[in-house]
Design a binder for this molecule. Sequence first.
Ligand code: MN3
Length: 196
Amino acid sequence: MAFELPPLPYAKDALAPHISENTLDFHYGKHHNAYVTNLNNLLDNDSRSLEEIMKDTAGDAAKAGVFNNAAQVWNHTFYWHSMKPNGGGKPTGAIADKINADFGSYEKFAEEFKAAGATQFGSGWAWLVLDGGKLKVTKTPNAACPLTDGATPLLTMDVWEHAYYLDFQNRRPDYIATFLDHLINWDFANENLAKA
Ligand code: MN3
């Protein structure tokens, strides 16, 4: 069974003016799509799920190509759902209470999340995860995903340059602030927390 590029959960221009249609044309239409194509070229009718492939190949240098493409397919799908039109701002619902309990306040969470995104050297991801019953902010390089370390991802932010360069050029901190203030999808975090 070949893997397919999952549909975007909104129109390509729905995140504008914060993230442009042009960025989504390239980021979803070219980059995400290429990971799907590469993965299918590397696997021959694999019956495993994406998550199973990621767990089976994480840390195995001989399977790095499979892991990187499988994880990038998964991470990007998770990233699109981590944003929504008219998103951003303070959380509501169960995730709001859990953020207050585990970080002290939304502001403390935002500070940690911004720092994780800004200090991920080179390409990678910033995450909000549930790990051992507690919320944590983490960052991963390249295609790495907290799922293979036993944590449950709740939200992610892509900090590869291709995620923001067309709209923000080198200003990664401005992209991160925009993600938090205008795009972050707390409904998705609440759904993932409820399933965890
Ligand atoms: Mn990307």
